[in-house]
Write a protein that binds this ligand. Structure first.
Ligand code: FES
Length: 174
């Protein structure tokens, strides 16, 4: 008989073995249930948003050689949050084939600008920023040409994608 301070050592070791075994099994079950739940709860927030193409309108509406302002509704999901927002874009096509879509915010401090057809320029009233028809800065404080969106045509409709900036030579930089 193995006794230690009045306690049976075999019984102690069996109890300890059972307790360790139960603990290990409980841990495995917890991991098996918990990891998928954590992944389910966290993954939408971590999922990287990909470029969404948004339909702006029929191509023929923009083939005018004059910048046209188009308004559209953007549906956006960010993690668990879903929202819709009213947006606008200025679209120019000089030949009905190539389209340039300008972000409607001035690159200085983000004010809304407008097209002044009689002066052939975009004008921002906040600090007198002036851009030519191609979005180049020709006056005032804007630090760079108008930002623009990627464009593509599908089934006669114009779509815009990711926004990017250009340098003074209208070469894409971002
Ligand atoms: S925000 Fe347009 S010029 Fe300042």
């Amino acid at each position: 008989m193995y006794r230690m301070n009045g306690v049976d050592r075999r019984a102690l070791s069996r109890r300890r073995f059972l307790s360790l075994g139960v603990g290990a099994i409980a841990g495995l079950i917890g991991a098996a249930l918990g990891i998928p739940l954590v992944g389910y709860a966290v993954s939408p927030a971590l999922r990287k948003s990909k470029t969404e193409w948004v339909e702006i309108g029929p191509v023929k509406d923009f083939a005018t050689s004059i910048p046209q302002k188009a308004e559209y509704t953007l549906f956006k999901r960010d993690g668990w949050v879903e929202e819709t927002a009213k947006k606008a874009v200025w679209v120019l096509s000089k030949d009905g084939q190539q389209f340039t879509a300008y972000d409607p915010r001035c690159t200085h401090l983000g004010c809304a600008y407008s097209w002044q057809g009689d002066r052939n320029r975009f004008f921002c009233p906040c600090h007198d920023g002036i851009y030519d028809i191609d979005g180049r800065v020709i006056g005032g404080p804007p630090p760079r040409p108008l930002d623009r969106y990627e464009t593509k045509v599908e089934h006669g409709k114009l779509l815009i994608g990711a926004m990017y900036s250009v340098n003074a030579n209208l070469e894409r930089v971002g």
